[in-house]
Design a protein around this ligand. Structure first.
Ligand code: ZN
Ligand code: ZN
Length: 363
């Protein structure tokens, strides 16, 4: 390894979870792959942990309108990595070997367009995705452009930082953009899932009154423990929207943050809102399987707003990590050793995960 300004001896190969048979019947295998060499402006990061995000499964299924992993020559998805810098490109002056670093969904951006100038760089036209356009955090040693790599603050361990890189940052961004005030009702369809359970905590820390919607006792317990004032179990309650309205002063919620990705979750959301309420779309359904909207009469009569949040910015991710450093955001996760990465993906795909799954590269 040339440019490694530190002295650590780097291995030639590392473990990586790779997709096999990309498409509806994909599986994941763990293989030894070459450790990449950083370009002049890159960091080489040795990951200790990676979260498993449902977007990874979308990329492996190839069910989003974004081009396939294989068309970019990428076999490892993943965008929730946390670890340490082990080598620097020759131009890099702002990082040093040993610094803690995180991998988030956006790989880099142009820093020269109005989106980048206004803190919305995750929507930049020149913003490729790691784990789709570039090898992702299922690979233990990954490259990341130094200028767009996330620093991980003290007091946030790698298992906590990983899931915040995508889920925590995205839901923080969505809460910020929704503009709800302290005391407002924030409702989370999918509250017990990877994104939702972090939204519940951040909304609570922002002073909002939180209602969780999800299915089953395990999700109920998690949601109530994390600060929901009420929980609606969609497997038991027939009219979920009516129940939410009843809970929220009989008027409805100020904001509904749809972190679930199912058609029923999106279909029922407008009926939960009070006048001037906001629907924030976050959960990603396979293309053509869900619809966010309502009869125009409802939007007109209630002054409703629909918006969507893709992923957080560099600043949003830093803010979300600060919630964790202060103890207000604690991702709930189950750890899998790297050899069991395929089982972790299969478990998430089954939809039976409360909180997040995180892979330990050192186990
Ligand atoms: Zn993600
Ligand atoms: Zn840009």
């Amino acid at each position: 390894m040339t440019e490694a300004n530190g002295t650590t001896e780097l291995p030639k190969t590392c473990k990586a979870g790779v997709v096999v048979n990309e498409g509806p019947d994909f599986t994941v295998a763990v293989e030894d792959v070459p450790v990449p060499t950083p370009g002049p402006n890159d960091l080489l990061i040795k990951l200790n942990a990676t979260g498993i995000c449902y977007s990874d499964i979308h990329y492996m299924l190839n069910d989003l309108p974004m081009g396939s992993m294989s068309s970019y020559g990428v076999r490892s998805p993943g965008h929730e990595g946390a670890g340490v810098v082990v080598a620097l490109g020759s131009n890099v002056t702002t990082w040093k070997v040993g610094d803690r670093a995180g991998i988030k969904p956006v790989y880099d951006c142009c820093f020269a367009c109005e989106l980048c100038w206004s803190g919305r760089e995750s929507y930049c036209d020149a913003a490729p995705q790691i784990g789709l356009n570039f090898p992702g955090s299922y690979q233990q040693y990954v490259l990341s452009p130094a200028r767009y790599t996330q620093r991980i603050p003290d007091g946030v361990d790698d298992f906590v930082a990983g899931p915040i890189m995508c889920s925590g940052s995205t839901i923080y961004c969505s809460l910020k953009e929704a503009g709800l005030r302290a005391g407002s009702w924030a409702v989370f369809p999918g509250a017990g899932g990877g994104v939702g359970h972090m939204g519940v905590q951040i909304a609570k820390a922002m002073g909002m009154r939180v209602v969780g919607i999800d299915g089953g006792e395990e999700k109920r317990e998690l949601c109530m423990k994390l600060g929901c004032e009420a929980f609606v179990d969609f497997t038991k309650v027939e009219d979920v929207a009516a129940e939410v309205v009843r809970i929220c002063d009989g008027k409805g919620a100020h904001g509904v943050f749809v972190t679930a990705s199912s058609a029923p979750a999106y279909a029922s959301a407008p009926g939960m809102l009070r006048i001037s309420g906001k629907i924030m779309c976050i959960g990603i359904p396979p293309i053509g399987t869900a619809f966010a909207g309502a009869d125009p009469l409802l939007l007109i009569g209630k002054n409703l707003t629909f918006s969507g949040t893709k992923v957080g910015s560099l600043l949003d991710t830093a803010r979300a990590l600060e919630f964790a450093a202060r103890g207000q955001l604690k991702p709930i996760y189950e750890v899998f050793p790297v050899a069991k990465l395929p089982e972790a993906v299969a478990k998430l795909r089954s939809g039976k995960v409360a909180g997040r799954l995180v892979v330990d590269f050192n186990a």
